[in-house]
Design a protein around this ligand. Structure first.
Ligand code: PEP
Ligand code: MG
Length: 582
């Protein structure tokens, strides 16, 4: 039966395909595809882990005190029985063999199938065995941890779904449905076969949503219980424009969305023609369109979209998901230099790490502070780890010998932080001089992401060559709305008068002092506010490459002289959204 699940639209377009469910588990599980050649070794990992748990439980059984409650012995029996169940082992191996899932993913996928069966059971005793099953799987997962297989370097072809008797073609698009995906998970899936994403949690500018957007495939986040309601292999439609997922669509709905999908492709085809057109408004204002990237390899997409530089290289993506083994100076230098070379002489803005909050270094050790978004994040974390920060600064300064680098610092608020940061940059230079190592000049920029920064522009403009407004965080901190929390997503309002006031003042103050100001948050790529930002005086936008041509189209149709008066009225309004829509 057809039904729809509503969430937040985060990446445009329509995807139609079969659902691949990433089950959530209490143990943090890596999900990745293996190569076909790895199937036997993945079977073996599973066997070794299962045998280890059997041995563990048998040892427990043998050493159980005489006065132990009989329920305990019975529970161990049930656990052993489940572990030794050949039909369950067979089904798990099928996920590995036919879908090329890694062992952990296979195990949790089968668990999900069984849990649903248990939930439907009438018999209470049997229904309660679900917990036993979950505990057993958890034990096996723990054993699998630490014995992980390397991921497939290239994504395998679409899994052979017909082997499961599901349908007859090999090339059915796959749509990923998960409770949550960390930004590191998303990077792992980045070049995979998926045609779209849906997650239960997350806000429009959560980092997961940003990475989804960077994959340029339709995505919906904050779709509450999607991962509970959708089953493996259900047909689903993701409408990334409306933020809706349609499950088990009828033929009429399928046809309608198929048409929408083709229209979208045509529109993209039309936009591509604007690639080499200069971004100049009707009244002759030149606008700078820059790209946001996460990895050096993303520069290809930036150039393909006609970006005139990188306005935000989120360097933290080089640091995440490495289980504590941070990239050393040479590895970072190579990555930054690759980004510069990738941009073929165009400038690259490298932001120092923004680790913390929803971008933990390691998914296995998520940030457990009470308010991670208000905690040790971004420059605060960098200053608390000076050796790590100096390593990054040296790598950036060395890379700067090969091209035009703008060095950007996230989340600054205090004069003391600015002072410490500048001192460390100076120290990194002296260290390179002492080593006799070549380094280059950089221009220095600060992100305006905290209201306190937007209200102390004089201080920032005294010390920095340029400013970049991180609207994602500026909105989060101005409105006290966690950007990753879907339960307050309706209050996350980029058009709140307070947000617009901080934006307008920052743009105006930069212009007065002759220092460039850019916006690199998601607002820069949102065509519904392009005209407003132009009217407020913004002349530099940095966004994901996939958004760039649509924004350019808006710019080509705009007259900034006329927009300025209108933008002033919007700024004075108590409900700016009404003027924007009207
Ligand atoms: C922002 O906050 O707007 C920004 C660009 O930084 P990030 O999204 O990486 O926090
Ligand atoms: Mg930010």
């Amino acid at each position: 039966m057809t039904f729809a699940i509503h969430g937040l639209p985060v990446a445009r377009g329509i995807a139609i395909g079969r659902a691949v469910l990433v089950a959530s588990s209490r143990v943090d599980v890596a999900h990745y595809f293996i190569e076909a050649a790895q199937i036997p070794s993945e079977f073996e990992r599973l066997r070794v882990a299962r045998d280890a748990v059997i041995e563990e439980l048998q040892r427990l059984q043998a050493t159980m005190p005489r006065d132990a409650p009989p329920e305990l012995a019975a529970m161990l029996d049930v656990h052993l029985m489940l572990l030794e169940d050949e039909s369950m082992a067979y089904e798990i191996r099928r996920w590995i063999k036919e879908r090329l899932y890694n062992a952990e993913w296979a195990l949790t996928s089968q668990l999900e199938v069984l849990v649903r069966q248990f939930d439907e059971m009438e018999d209470e005793y049997l229904r309660e065995r679900k917990a036993d099953l979950e505990q057993v799987v958890e034990r096996v997962l723990r054993h699998l941890k630490g014995a992980a297989t390397p991921m497939a370097a290239a994504p395998p072809r679409a899994p052979r779904q017909h082997d499961l008797g599901l349908h007859d073609t090999q090339d059915v698009p796959l749509v990923l449905v998960a409770h949550d995906l960390s930004p590191a998970d998303m990077l792992q899936f980045r070049k995979s076969v998926f045609a779209g994403f849906v997650t239960d949690v997350g806000g429009k500018t959560s980092h997961t949503a940003i990475v989804a957007r960077s994959m340029d495939i339709p995505a919906v986040v904050g779709a509450r219980s999607a991962s509970q309601l959708v089953r493996q292999d259900d047909w689903v439609i993701i409408d990334g424009d409306a933020g809706v997922m349609i499950v088990d669509p009828s033929p009429i709905i399928l046809a309608e969305y198929g048409y929408k999908q083709r229209q979208g492709e045509l529109e993209r085809g039309r936009l591509v023609r604007l690639k080499s057109t200069p971004a100049v408004t009707l009244d002759g204002q030149k606008i700078e369109l820059l790209a946001n990237i996460e990895q050096p390899g993303d520069t290809a997409a930036a150039l393909a979209a006609g970006a005139v530089g990188v306005g935000l290289f989120r360097s933290e993506f080089l640091f995440m998901g490495r289980e504590g083994k941070l990239p050393d100076e040479d590895e970072q230098y190579t990555a930054y230099r690759a980004a510069l070379e990738g941009m073929q002489g165009l400038p690259v803005t490298i932001r120092t790490t923004d680790i913390g909050a929803d971008k933990p270094l390691d998914d296995r050790r998520p940030d457990t502070h009470l308010n991670p978004a208000l905690g040790l994040r971004a420059i605060r974390w960098s200053l608390s780890e000076p050796a790590m920060f100096l390593t990054q600064l040296r790598a950036i300064l060395r890379a700067a010998a090969h091209g035009r680098v703008h060095l950007l610092i996230p989340m600054l608020a205090h004069a003391g932080e600015i002072r410490q940061t500048l001192e460390l940059i100076g120290k990194a230079r002296s260290q390179l001089d002492e080593r006799g190592q070549v380094h280059g000049q950089v221009s220095l920029g600060a992100m305006i992401e905290i209201p306190a920064a937007a209200l102390s522009l004089r201080l920032f403009l005294k010390h920095f060559d340029f400013l970049s407004i991180g609207t994602n965080d500026l909105i989060q901190y101005t409105l006290a709305i966690d950007r990753a929390d879907e339960s307050v997503a309706h209050l996350y309002d980029q058009l709140h008068p307070a947000v617009l006031r901080l934006l307008a003042d920052t743009i105006a103050e930069g212009a007065r002092r002759g220092k460039p100001v850019s916006v690199c948050g998601e607002m820069a790529g949102d065509t519904s506010v392009t005209r407003l930002l132009l009217g407020l005086g913004l002349r530099s936008f940095s966004m994901h490459p996939s958004q760039l041509l649509a924004v350019k189209q808006e710019i080509l149709r705009a007259d900034t002289a006329k927009l300025a008066a209108w933008a002033r009225a919007v700024l004075e309004s108590d409900e700016p959204a009404e003027l924007l829509l009207g």
